[in-house]
Design a protein. Structure first.
Length: 392
């Protein structure tokens, strides 16, 4: 008996004179109804309009079908919904949800969709600093970077007493022959290595970088820009920088010291460090086995790197032939450590300027990016017993 496999509908009789029919044509439907919440949030903070103001449009007004705000919003909302590839927008441009988010339910021209396709969005993403014949929408990178920090500051009704800026680098895997691709041994894939700066749940910096760079590459410039912007609005707020051992670099720590920014950097494991805390490691190991839970122990001690030629390569280079200043490494007080969650927290001793001088340049010279200094504050005592530290 032949079967009908291409039926478009099935009849189920009539009810009160009306035909009951099951069909596979549901019309335009969407599974992204949660995007309505994103749209409501955007209307509250006007993020897409402010983001669009960072672009300059030199297209002829008569022939513009998709405004810059529509293009920017479509791309941002698409990524938020999980549509990372531009190819997805050849279908999404007909999606009623994307039209609702854009505030444009119908196109002005008959041969267009309410929102843009992949080709139009591609020209936006490839925009130059100055408009060209084929890319007539240019962008202002400084305004875009500043926008994220401004949104963070405006999210607070009043200036907080202190904030913690978290630095991190992670992999962005590549699946093609993208420009700048590089194989990263730690992540075991071809990827980019973007730099991120967060403050709680707020994103302040997202900088795309090649994976062949050091994790801390460009961190000084980005931190200097963020700190300067924050201090312009919150001059008395204490700022702390927190990162893992990949950011324990000489230039970043010297900049923090020169600009009154506290920092908590992890230290990579090594034999000397493990030997210094061996007793504490044994104690927490026994406690963890007894309770079946994670254990934590605190210890304060002085730490300094070995000079080149003195038994190991110095991770913080100094010219040979002079005395090095010790670097205190301390666990935070328990109440503060629970919030900071450090592995091993460092806070460098500030040596006299003459001690830091190397040839004709000083590490705190004016050639380094600087941020406005906050008003001076009084010293505080560390609960672990170390000498008082002047804080700003």
């Amino acid at each position: 008996m032949p079967t009908e496999c291409s039926a478009e509908s099935f009849e189920f009789g009539t009810v009160e004179g009306r035909c009951v029919e099951a069909a596979f044509d549901a019309g335009l439907v969407t599974s992204d109804a949660g995007a309505l919440l994103l749209g409501a949030t955007d209307r509250a903070i006007r993020m897409m309009d402010r983001f669009a103001s960072c672009f300059h449009d030199e297209r002829h007004p008569q022939w513009i079908e998709h405004e810059v705000a529509t293009l920017v919003g479509q791309r941002v909302f698409g990524i938020a919904l999980g549509y990372e590839d531009l190819n997805d927008h050849d279908e999404l441009r007909h999606d009623p949800m994307m039209a609702i988010l854009a505030g444009k339910l119908a196109a002005r021209r008959k041969d267009c969709a309410p929102v843009a396709g992949k080709s139009t969005l591609n020209r936006l993403e490839l925009s130059k600093l100055e408009p060209t014949r084929y890319h007539k929408i240019s962008h202002n990178p400084t305004a875009i970077k500043t926008l994220l920090v401004d949104l963070f500051v405006e999210a607070h009704e009043r200036a907080p007493r202190h904030i913690i800026l978290d630095l991190d680098a992670t992999d962005d895997p590549l699946h093609g022959e993208q420009e700048g691709r590089f194989f990263h041994g730690y992540y075991d894939c071809y990827c980019y290595l973007p730099l991120y700066v967060f403050c709680g749940r707020h994103l302040l910096v997202a900088k795309l970088r090649r994976a062949s760079l050091d994790a801390a590459d460009g961190a000084v410039e980005e931190v200097a820009r963020v700190v300067a912007r924050v201090r312009a609005r919150w001059p008395t707020t204490r700022i702390m920088l927190r990162a893992d051992s990949g950011f324990a670099r000489e230039d970043l720590m010297a900049w923090c010291e020169a600009n009154g920014v506290d920092f908590l950097f992890g230290l990579a494991k090594n034999e000397r460090l493990i030997g210094e805390i061996k007793t504490e490691l044994d104690v927490v190991a026994v406690k963890s086995r007894r309770t079946g839970r994670m254990a934590r122990c605190f210890k304060s001690f002085m730490w300094m790197t070995r000079r080149p030629g003195a038994g190991g390569a110095g991770s913080w280079p100094r010219p040979s032939g002079r005395e090095e200043k010790p670097i205190p490494v301390s666990w935070l007080p328990r109440s503060e450590a629970m919030n900071a969650r450090p592995s091993i927290c460092t806070r460098r001793y500030t040596a006299p300027a003459a001690t830091w001088r190397t040839e004709s340049r000083n590490v705190s010279s004016t050639s380094m990016p600087t941020a406005p200094r906050p008003p001076p504050c009084g010293p505080i005592n560390c609960a672990c017993g170390l000498p008082p530290w002047p804080t700003c």
